[in-house]
Write a protein that binds this ligand. Structure first.
Ligand SMILES: [Zn+2]
Length: 382
């Protein structure tokens, strides 16, 4: 009975109007997670993992490596080709992990502890990505990349520490990965959790406020060292954030909190003054087909209601070093943006800080112009 009541209430509350912002012009943004984080170290790393008994290949994330300069440049070129009604190029919010595991240092201590290598100091061990860091910076300078904060490592450090201390199968799995200079492969070992949430713990598993604040402070510091600015927007690994996460973000200057796809949720300001944005659709060609008509329907439904369209696409979709995910993604993204421009000739390509400025000032600056949009705060049905 209680379960039924909960179910019915769930349905009602999902449909309940929510307070948020609507906009007089179609806004289109892209948010993308996992940039800067190494995975399987290309063919060499894959061989090493296979030699240790890991049968790779049954899941797209077995081929998650790290973007190359060429991947990043190819994305940049596609975005540069797309222009909104003011002549501004399309822009992708790239959520970065601001550190990697320092594998050689960890090897030296017998993999007993985790050591971090800030992105600014380069890639760990035998990882090589010539030109990658300047490719990021060029896209930022062109205004088509907007760097934001994902976290430090993506996994929950408490969960990993626990596995190391306890020893046994989980510790051995970590050691196998680390010897091949791969931090983890999530779907094979979901017990590593997400940065701020430990799946092995009660209290919904979220880390204590002080722990989260320490992790976010360190991540924001490394981010600043790399990009010479603090992050304005953030997305928690796995979208696992609670109030404490948002509080810590706000302390380090983050003004926009990104949330996973949530149908019809308007942008809204929370108690920390943080603008919460909700993604409109998952655009993940590495996993499944993304039929253009379906994507257009979801986007159009939002635009008709005055809500921004936020396309969610993870960095793996642009990778090519072990498996070519990139070619197909770029073709599909190109088609999707072209279709949006055609159907909504007055659309505006925006990033998270632009939406924040719109909500507060009704205008934002791009390299071309100052753009004004009528913004209304109201109860919106979902
Ligand atoms: Zn992520």
């Amino acid at each position: 009975m209680l379960r039924l009541a909960k179910k019915v209430w769930g349905r009602v509350s999902q449909r309940r109007p929510v307070r948020g912002y609507s906009f007089s012009r179609p806004l289109v943004g892209i948010q993308s997670d996992d940039w800067g984080r190494v995975g399987v170290r290309d063919h060499q790393g894959a061989h090493q993992l296979r030699d240790s008994g890991v049968e790779l290949g049954s899941h797209p994330y077995d081929s998650y490596t790290l973007e190359t300069a060429s991947d990043v440049n190819a994305l940049r070129e596609v975005l540069m080709r797309h222009r909104d009604s003011t002549g501004r190029a399309a822009c992708i919010v790239m959520n970065f992990l601001s550190a990697n595991l320092d594998f050689p240092r960890m090897a030296a201590s017998g993999y007993k502890d985790v050591h971090l290598l800030p992105l600014k100091q380069g890639l760990p061990g035998n990882w090589e990505r010539p030109g990658l860091f300047s490719a990021y910076q060029e896209g930022v300078a062109d205004g088509v990349f907007f760097p934001a904060l994902h976290g430090l490592t993506h996994f929950c450090p408490v969960a990993v520490d626990h596995a190391l201390t306890k020893g046994g199968e989980r510790a051995e799995t970590l050691h196998v990965c680390w010897r091949a200079e791969t931090p983890y492969i999530y779907w094979r070992m979901p017990w590593v959790g997400y940065e701020y949430r430990n799946p092995g713990q009660p209290r919904e598993g979220f880390l204590a406020p002080a722990q989260q604040e320490k992790l976010i402070g360190q991540a924001a510091g490394f981010f600043r060292d790399f990009f010479s600015t603090l992050p304005a927007s953030a997305c928690a690994p796995g979208y696992r954030a609670n109030h404490e996460t948002q509080r810590a973000w706000s302390k380090y200057g983050v003004r926009v909190a990104q949330n996973g796809a949530s149908l019809g949720m308007p942008p809204a300001i929370d108690e920390y003054g943080m603008l919460n944005l909700y993604r409109t659709l998952d655009f993940e060609p590495c996993y499944h087909d993304v039929p253009l008509e379906e994507s257009m329907k979801l986007a159009s439904d939002n635009i008709v209601r005055g809500l921004p369209v936020i396309i969610s696409v993870h960095s793996i979709n642009f990778h090519s070093s072990l498996r070519d995910f990139r070619s197909r993604t770029l073709v599909l993204l190109d088609k999707f943006l072209t279709a949006l421009e055609k159907r909504f000739p007055n659309l505006l390509y925006v990033h998270d800080a632009n939406v924040y400025d719109l909500v507060h000032q009704g205008k934002y600056n791009s390299a071309q112009d100052t753009i004004s949009v009528v913004v209304r705060e109201q109860e919106l049905s979902r």
